[in-house]
Design a protein around this ligand. Structure first.
Ligand code: PLP
Length: 379
């Protein structure tokens, strides 16, 4: 018998499709940068800063070299000094802890909530000491930490808040944008993010003119005027090419995020018939579903079966930071919710160009995988 026609492989994200759809506009943006020869910051970066700040409903955006630098610079600019404690989570990308430590901060980790896998705000109060200076909530997977409650706590205790919004471009909670709550917020435009450059890029967003000014100078050698340096800065500037391409993509971001919400709703609906697989909860409001993460038993075996069915998956993230050699403390820290989740989570394909039928295919393959493993387990 002739083999049935195999559906193509479904990737976790598909940037080729996104870029093919935008090719004419991207080519024009690139041509504009070559005409101006503004290859570092310049007019395109200034334009992007204004447009991105508007999206975030904040006063200022400062374009940086990447999201990790942006977080480090923001922590420095809000006043984190060497030895200051900074409360954050370990169920996140390494950059969160790296930036805190590079800024001179001492990370103090709290566990995450079992339903959302976001910072458990109820644990933050007990983690505060006289040395605490700041809190870094991470809006992981495009879902927001309860910023109304967190800001209330931070203000009451006199602490700064820097939102790690690297995965939350345009998300809303309590009617406000991710990034518009804290003293500052930071974004990454790593290519696979909801708003992605074609290389490294990042930004700090703030409504505090002093923080904005400090970051704007720090990313550019502490410059006060050409060849005048007020303090020791660094080089973390956005390329003109990245800014020009980000301006093209920014016009599509809200539409893309809306499509992600539709796809997430379909995943959720289809998964109701498969109680063995639990979608990680998102906040009420407008999450942007950077990743579609579910929890299940026998995660690695399930992934293997999905791979055999032509469906790519990921794990965000397989090892909590407090168990990584780079960030481990002694005696070792125990954060049971983060540790348990790391062994059960799997990220499913999620990108705006996906068809409804792609979701159905993933859920059907998941159902086959879970049931086959149950039968094997009973034997
Ligand atoms: C991507 C990411 C960063 C870092 O961004 P880069 O631009 O890669 O430096 C920081 N925090 C989180 C949660 C991220 O997902």
């Amino acid at each position: 018998m002739a083999p049935s026609k195999q559906a193509g492989r479904l990737p976790l994200v598909d940037l080729n499709r996104q870029h093919a759809n935008l090719k004419a506009e991207i080519d024009e943006a690139i041509a504009r940068v070559f005409e101006s020869s503004d290859f570092i910051l310049g007019g395109e970066a200034r334009g992007f800063e204004a447009e991105f700040a508007a999206l975030c409903e904040s006063k200022y955006a400062i374009a940086c070299g990447n999201g990790t630098d942006a977080l480090e610079l923001a922590l420095w600019a809000v006043g984190v000094k060497p030895g200051d404690e900074v409360i954050s989570v370990t169920h996140t990308f390494a950059a969160t802890a790296e930036a805190i430590i590079r800024a001179g901060g001492v990370p103090v980790y709290v566990d995450v909530s079992p339903d959302t896998l976001l910072m458990d705000i109820d644990l933050v109060g007990n983690a505060i000491t006289p040395r605490t200076k700041a809190i870094v909530p991470v809006h992981l997977y495009g879902s927001c930490v309860d910023m109304v409650a967190l800001m209330e706590l931070a203000r009451r205790r006199g602490l700064k808040v820097v939102e790690d919004a690297a995965q939350a471009h345009g998300a809303r909670i309590g009617g406000k944008r991710a990034g518009s709550f804290g003293d500052a917020a930071t974004f990454s435009f790593y290519p696979g993010k909801n708003l992605g450059a074609v290389g490294d890029a990042g930004a700090v967003v703030t409504s505090d003119p002093e923080v904005a000014d400090l970051v704007a100078r720090a990313r550019d050698h502490g410059r006060t005027a050409k060849y005048e340096h007020g303090f020791v800065g660094r080089n973390s500037r956005m390329d003109g090419l990245q800014a020009a391409i980000l301006r093209v993509k920014l016009r599509y971001l809200e539409g893309w995020n809306q499509r992600r919400r539709e796809l997430a709703a379909r995943y959720r609906f289809m998964l109701e018939d498969l109680p063995q697989v639990r979608p990680v909860a998102t906040h009420e409001g407008e999450p942007i579903h950077h990743l579609l993460v579910v929890e299940c038993d026998e995660r690695d075996a399930v992934r293997k079966r999905l791979d055999a069915a032509g469906i790519a998956t990921g794990i965000h993230y397989p090892i909590p930071l407090h168990l990584q050699p780079a960030f481990a403390e002694s005696p070792p820290l125990s954060l049971p919710v983060a540790e348990k989740a790391a062994g059960r989570i799997v990220s499913l394909p999620m990108f705006p160009e996906m068809a409804d039928g792609d979701v159905d295919r993933v859920v059907a393959a998941l159902s086959d995988a879970v049931h086959a493993l149950e039968v094997a387990g009973r034997r």
